[in-house]
Design a protein around this ligand. Structure first.
Ligand code: ADP
Length: 437
């Protein structure tokens, strides 16, 4: 059922269906045309000659029938003959039809003569006194209709051949749709560096080109936004230092404490933003060394000792070594764990850290049984300053920079993030890192 649905979704299967329906339509049209062209009513002169000829034969065979002549006519002309009377019962072929098997129409103005086209051929019945003759003039094998059907088959074969050829051409013409689809998947998964290539100059080639231009524009817009954020962060550093200096001369008290807290928070935020900036530079200024991921995970977890609802490690027993910047990796995992613990109820199920080794990737998953993230928020959670709880209350989280930093760290390693979440049940956030041996 699922396969059928997937088959129906493909453009190529729809085209194939159109071709199969066209083929059936052509088949039916051929049938009707052939019937119209080669049908019995199209040959009145032939029918008249046939009846006349049968009568002559019946006369020659005579009564009592000259069976020798009948046999000779059968052999010479390739027709079938049946003769029946009270005394004689003779057939040219054992398998020849009987009188009762065919329904023939009486021929006007010719007494005792009937004729008709049957599936066995053109039949003529003649009654003379007590003797009945049945002639099959075009026995089935030589039936003109058979020629018609062969004609249909040959036509069908060639039409089928042409349709298959046309199908392949159309598929070839539409091949860029696949390029577009793959490209859009790459771009929507966050790989804005991806460019689609098409060597064509038609509308589809133009569409590919327009998509590339659009991606470039979006990339530029994002770059400008990030640059603005960083410029502002840089600019804020000096006034913040001046405020901190001025605070030194302030009298100790509640207001000095609050301002100092705010200054610390602002400095931490700016520190994170500038860290993200460093990650953006060529390969993120990463210090890649081969490390055992399990050890890095364990080391990071020690910093969360005592935080409820706790952490459970589900790591492989063997070493998992990949080229990685250990400090950056720990920062990323720390952010994920901090969120997972923060958004889980203190008495709930502990957070789980698992890993999976694939051919080209190592997947590290942080799974919690906390509040979960609404589906419409998921595409935005990696954006800087994005928070699901818009109140920006310090009680419910940080400034919305944590996941942005995780994303930047994982991207700088050539990896990608994956989020699965059900509100009220929990979230699984995965870092997929390339193995790059
Ligand atoms: P914050 O510093 O506010 O936690 P993050 O960038 O780390 O910012 O996360 C962005 C938003 O994503 C958070 O405000 C939170 O609403 C949501 N979020 C992140 N991780 C989880 C999680 N494990 N469970 C529920 N919500 C989460």
């Amino acid at each position: 059922m699922k396969k059928l649905r997937r088959f129906r979704q493909h453009l190529s299967s729809k085209i194939a269906l159109v071709f199969i329906l066209s083929m059936m339509a052509i088949f039916l049209l051929h049938m009707f045309t052939t019937r119209a062209l080669f049908g019995p009513k199209r040959f009145p002169a032939m029918i008249r000659v046939g009846i006349d000829h049968a009568q002559t034969m019946a006369n020659s065979i005579g009564i009592p029938p000259d069976l020798e002549l009948a046999r000779e006519l059968h052999q010479r002309l390739g027709i079938q003959i049946r003769i029946e009377s009270e005394k004689v019962s003779w057939v040219s072929n054992i398998d020849m039809i009987r009188f009762d098997d065919v329904k023939l129409e009486a021929v006007p103005r010719l007494e005792g003569t009937s004729a008709g086209f049957t599936p066995h051929g053109f039949c003529i019945g003649i009654e003379r006194q007590d003797t009945r003759f049945l002639f099959v003039l075009h026995p089935k094998d030589e039936n003109i209709r058979k020629v018609g059907y062969s004609f249909i088959l040959i036509l069908l074969f060639y039409t089928g051949l042409v349709l298959v050829f046309l199908y392949l051409i159309i598929k070839w013409l539409l091949r860029d749709i696949k390029v577009l689809d793959q490209g859009m998947q790459q771009i929507s998964s966050g790989n804005l560096d991806h460019r689609m290539s098409s060597g064509r100059r038609d509308e589809l080639g133009q569409l590919v080109h327009s998509f590339n231009t659009m991606t470039e524009k979006i990339q530029e817009m994002i770059r400008i936004r990030e640059q603005l954020l960083l410029d502002v962060s840089h600019e804020l550093r000096s006034p913040l230092t001046r405020i901190r200096l001025a605070l030194e001369f302030m009298e100790e008290g509640e207001s000095k404490k609050t301002v100092l807290e705010d200054v610390n928070e602002l400095e931490a935020m700016i520190g994170e933003l500038l860290e993200v900036e460093r990650l953006r530079s060529a390969h993120g200024g990463l210090r890649l060394e081969k490390h055992d991921i399990r050890r890095l995970v364990e080391e990071t977890c020690t910093g969360f000792k005592g935080r409820s609802p706790g952490i459970i490690l589900r790591l492989p027993s063997d070493e998992v070594r990949i080229p990685i910047d250990p400090d950056r990796f720990k920062t990323a995992l720390r952010n994920l764990l901090d969120n997972a613990l923060r958004y889980s109820p203190a008495e709930g199920r502990p957070v789980e850290i698992g890993s999976e080794e694939l051919k080209d990737e190592i997947v590290i998953r942080v799974k919690d049984y906390g509040s979960g993230i609404p589906a419409e928020e998921i595409p935005h959670i990696f954006e800087p300053f994005y928070r699901v709880d818009k109140s920006r209350s310090k009680k419910t989280g940080g400034y919305g920079l944590g996941l942005n930093m995780v994303h930047k760290i994982v991207s700088a390693h050539g990896g990608r993030m994956e989020v699965q979440s059900v509100p009220g049940q929990g979230s699984t956030i995965a870092m997929r890192l390339p193995r790059l041996d």
